[in-house]
Design a binder for this molecule. Structure first.
Ligand code: AMP
Length: 438
């Protein structure tokens, strides 16, 4: 039996959700531009080793979740499960590091992970993120975190919950890793199968295991803050001081380790609560990375970045009524009254579009009542009524569909008349947007 269903874990985005997703991307892009970031558009696929090496052999993503296939030339290709490794590959391929540093790049597009689909978790989903490369400092880390928080505030979220932790430098991580392996070795027999693998590949990940019994055991594990080198500790507190001075609330979460191998020093996640307490998972995750670019054959440059899940941002915005203002209808609905004025109505429609007004018309004679229903359905602001009698005198009726006010305008000065009518409305409109973003 042929399967014409959508691929498991994928979803079609249409109607209000499509408008909402594009709106979110536009606001996030505008936030990035305020911070001096420029967009980069990278391929959706890379040679598998980019992710194996970049994202890391120890990560769940590389071990279990990649869409990997051989192309017809027998090359192993992977659909990107995340952007950072591919963006680093692009920086190296195009020698972008040879220009002015730091490089500040943002990106957006679909990502693919073979995960168990559930609320807020898909197999093809959309990410928006940034990378700031070539300035290794607590201030660069803080700036990136500020961007993540203010971008979400620009979307209208008020209770942005920032969780933050430091994984320390390489020495810290090596010492801490050893301490964790030692501690968990004594308990591993009673832990879940995933943890049995994690202890070999990525013992830090045991700390964010979701199995309750494992969480209990993890409570007794050594704490990373006791292993931070002096330099890492100083750096972490510098970052915290800067974001604190910017008025951003945070919570230090010692179990926050992030699933990807490349992080060092500061890591963070942002959680937002839905009014109905639905748990879509973290909306944003990121952190500092040290050896990633060098590991992919580039120069020894550090970076910091984050990625947001757009489906989760959308769902939270929808639940919090932050998208109610974007469902805008057409400006004009042109109504031919009777068969004889269909040509005129079509010409007027085309003219209105050329003046820059979104305009719809039924393209066929409809009853007057039916046309008003359509106009309402389309969310039209005004109806332009094209009558046989009025056409002879070069006159149209325009009706404000909200106030029901109606007046006559001359066809000859259609553009000026429309500009006059819409002028006031548009000023209001801009004012509204401005308020919303503040
Ligand atoms: P990560 O780098 O894994 O933390 O991913 C960054 C962000 O992408 C997360 O905070 C989520 O918002 C989003 N995300 C990750 N995986 C998925 C998924 N399977 N479906 C939807 N969103 C996801």
């Amino acid at each position: 039996m042929p399967n014409y269903q959508p691929v498991k874990g994928t979803h079609d985005i249409y109607g209000k959700e499509a408008i909402g997703m594009r709106y979110i991307e536009a606001v996030l892009g505008a936030a990035c531009e305020l911070y001096g970031y420029k967009e980069i558009i990278v391929p959706s696929m890379e040679y598998t080793e980019v992710f194996a090496r970049g994202t890391g052999e120890g990560s769940d993503i590389v071990r279990k979740e990649m869409y990997t296939f051989l192309d017809k030339g027998d090359r192993s290709i992977t659909l990107r499960p995340e952007f950072t490794a591919g963006v680093m590959r692009a920086i190296i391929s195009n020698k972008l590091y040879a220009g002015d540093l730091p490089l500040k790049l943002y990106y957006q597009g679909p990502a693919f992970r073979y995960e168990r689909p559930q609320l807020g978790r898909y197999r093809q989903f959309h990410q928006f993120g940034v990378e700031e490369v070539g300035l290794d400092s607590s201030r660069a880390d803080a700036e990136c975190i500020c961007l993540a928080v203010s971008a979400l505030q620009m979307l209208g979220f008020e209770n942005v919950k920032l969780k933050i932790n430091s994984l320390g430098d390489n020495e810290t991580r090596a010492a801490y890793r050893e301490a964790l392996v030692k501690y968990f070795s004594e308990h591993i027999d009673e832990m879940c199968d995933d943890c049995k693998e994690r202890i070999k590949l990525n013992p830090l990940r045991i700390l964010d295991c979701k199995v309750e019994h494992d969480q209990e055991i993890a409570k007794g594990a050594p704490r990373i803050k006791d292993y931070l080198s002096e330099a890492s500790e100083k750096r972490f507190y510098e970052t915290l001081n800067i974001i604190n001075a910017m008025g951003i609330d945070y919570e230090i979460d010692e179990n926050l380790v992030r699933g990807l191998d490349y992080y060092s020093e500061v890591v963070f996640e942002i959680h937002l609560t839905s009014p109905e307490n639905k748990d879509y998972g973290a909306v944003c995750g990121g952190g500092h990375y040290g050896g990633l670019i060098k590991g992919l054959g580039g120069p020894d440059l550090a970076g910091v970045g984050f990625a947001m899940g757009l489906e989760r941002v959308y769902s939270l915005m929808e639940d919090s009524h932050l998208l109610d203002h974007i469902e805008e209808g057409v400006d004009l609905y042109v109504m031919p009254v009777g068969d004889k004025v269909l040509d005129e109505a079509f010409e007027i429609t085309m003219a209105c579009r050329s003046f820059g007004y979104s305009t719809e018309t039924p393209l066929a004679a409809l009853k007057f009542g039916a046309m008003f229903k359509k106009a309402e359905h389309l969310g039209a602001k005004y109806a332009l009524i094209v009558g046989e009698e009025e056409m002879i005198h070069g006159i149209l009726k325009i009706k404000n569909l909200q106030s029901q006010e109606q007046k006559e305008i001359s066809l000859e000065n259609l553009q000026e008349e429309l500009d006059k009518i819409f002028h006031e409305g548009h000023e209001e409109h801009h004012h509204h947007c401005h308020c919303h973003e503040e």
